[in-house]
Ligand binder design. Structure first.
Ligand code: HEM
Ligand SMILES: CC(C)=CCC/C(C)=C/CC/C(C)=C/COP(=O)(O)OP(=O)(O)O
Length: 475
């Protein structure tokens, strides 16, 4: 119970804080002349207009989170499973009223809001830590089951066996409609050669990377974004992802052949010769540079080349085969589209683009560690030091929660910088709720299917953030 409440508190906190960054909420607050009631009224008065309703809703959300925080603390105290979780929640419960008062003072005096945001970050972090510790305690309280595969000892040089996982950790339930890892394998095509080159380009990943670049362009230019520049930059992006994906296939062809998920890749099956693939990759690289220069500028092209080099050498050659930090450090590649998009329409690298890049950076481990769980055996067979292989599933699941929290903090910081509006706050809070529910289920079910669900929810979360930025900027 305490764990579920802590997750709900985290989602609610995110909603309150991100809504607090919206100018519309701040302006609406001005219509409420008394506090904590709105102009002397306890309930919203519709005839005073939508601003009054908005201000009232924000205050109601602040109150709801306060109730959730107290309820979580009481539940954790009663469950007596984790002293440190109770302590963290108690600290948050003490800081929360202080944060409300600071917010009120900042708003009334129009003074600098740094303290307000810093305190909010501390409270979010505190609740996040409590959630992780409650999940740990929940797992420890369960009966150990030695039959588990996913929950067993780490497969390569591990140190943290997950002795309490259930047997279902290893296999998804047959009745579950969620796609299992094998669903990722593409269906046969009537154009095998075209399909093979398409798969070298990793087109399946491109849409989200393109959405990152589009969001950055809209951030920079809003509704006046030139559609031709935007379309050309996105084309350059698809070509750049294609080049780096092709080089990745070339470099990993040996290990790909050893992994069930990737064994049917064109270079692993030798259906495309290596030299053709290298030539294809070089052609895509040249085309992407030409496209970035033609529709954007030299800076966008240079960043594109930097992204390709980082993914090909930094991630594929250096990080991925050597360190469990491959995911976090390698995730920096996801920040490049934000910089490229911004640079293509402004000619420089702006702070909002860096803030958006930071969101993608923090999100990447929460995205990929799910796959590392579902394909743990695969990665172990190929000798990749993924976190789930080296440190085990329990540590990896916990890492997903930490990075979900960091992603929320990064998103709030991004929102504080760019003031994206109430629509952004509502949409991303809903997506946070969905993501948090799937992560909780991952911790409780410990199946491949649950990991895949959490993986898809991570994509939905980021897509929601990006769509909200795009729609908020152009509508
Ligand atoms: C270190 C960084 C990352 C790693 C290790 C990683 C890993 C993976 C892997 C292994 C897959 C399955 C691909 C397949 O089977 O073909 C995947 C899917 C995907 N990734 Fe990532 N990823 C990373 C970063 C990113 C970033 C930055 C984005 C976009 C912003 C992204 C978007 C996607 C999408 C949209 C899919 C789903 C493809 C589908 O629907 O099958 N990934 N990722
Ligand atoms: C603008 C630009 C060029 C951006 C570049 C990047 C790019 C392709 C990002 C995707 C991130 C990524 C590391 C995916 C696959 O991981 P993996 O290679 O470990 O997956 P695999 O096991 O399926 O090969």
């Amino acid at each position: 119970m305490a764990t579920t409440l802590a997750a709900a508190t985290l989602v609610g906190l995110y909603g309150v804080v991100v809504a607090g960054t919206a100018d519309a909420v701040a302006n609406a607050e001005a219509t409420c002349t008394t506090w904590p009631t709105c102009t002397g009224r306890l309930l919203p008065s519709l005839h005073r207009g939508w601003r009054s309703l908005l201000a009232w809703s924000h205050r109601a959300a602040v109150l709801l989170v306060a109730v959730l925080l107290v309820a979580t603390t009481v539940a954790a105290l009663r469950e007596r499973r984790s002293f440190r979780a109770v302590a963290a929640l108690a600290v948050a419960a003490v800081l929360y009223p202080g944060e409300v008062v600071v917010g009120r003072v900042v708003f009334r005096t129009g003074s600098d809001a740094t303290l307000h945001f810093a305190l909010a970050a501390v409270i979010v972090f505190d609740v996040l830590a409590a959630l992780v510790w409650l999940l740990d305690a929940e797992r420890a309280a369960e009966t150990p089951s030695p039959a588990s595969a996913l929950g067993g000892a780490p497969a390569v040089g591990g140190t943290q066996p997950d002795a309490t996982s259930t047997p279902t950790d290893a296999t998804p339930t047959p009745t579950d409609a969620t796609p299992t890892p094998t669903d990722v394998t593409p269906a046969p095509s009537s154009f095998p050669r075209l399909r093979a080159y398409g798969s070298l380009m990793k087109l399946k990943l491109s849409w989200l990377l393109c959405l990152v670049a589009l969001a950055a362009m809209v951030l920079a230019r809003g509704a006046s974004l030139d559609p031709v520049t935007a379309a050309g930059t996105l084309l350059g992006g698809v070509l750049a992802v294609g080049a780096s994906g092709t080089f990745n296939h070339v470099l990993e062809r040996g290990r790909d052949a050893e992994m069930a998920r990737t064994a049917d890749r064109p270079l692993a099956t030798r259906s495309v010769p290596v030299r053709n693939a290298v030539a294809f990759g070089v052609a895509l690289l040249v085309l992407s540079v030409a496209t970035f220069v033609a529709f954007g500028n030299a800076l966008a092209a240079a960043l594109g080349v930097g992204a390709i080099a980082f993914y090909t050498v930094g991630y594929t050659v250096v990080l991925k085969p050597n360190t469990t930090w491959n995911t976090f450090v390698g995730g920096a590649v996801g920040a490049f589209p934000a910089l490229i998009g911004w640079a293509a329409v402004t000619g420089d690298v702006g702070t909002p683009a860096l803030a958006l890049g930071a969101v993608v950076l923090c999100w990447t481990p929460a995205h990929f560690h799910n796959l590392a769980l579902a394909y743990r055996e695969d990665y172990a067979n190929a000798g990749y030091p993924m976190l789930s292989v080296v440190r085990g599933p329990a540590v990896t699941r916990r890492r997903v929660v930490w990075f979900l929290g960091l992603t929320l903090l990064a998103t709030v910081a991004f929102a504080a910088l760019t003031h994206p509006g109430v629509g952004f706050a509502l949409a991303t809070t809903a997506a946070t709720g969905v993501f948090a529910v799937t992560v909780l289920r991952l911790h409780r079910e410990r199946t491949d299917a649950a990991a895949m669900r959490s993986f898809h929810a991570s994509n939905v979360f980021l897509a929601t953030v990006l769509c909200a930025v795009v729609l908020g900027g152009v509508v």
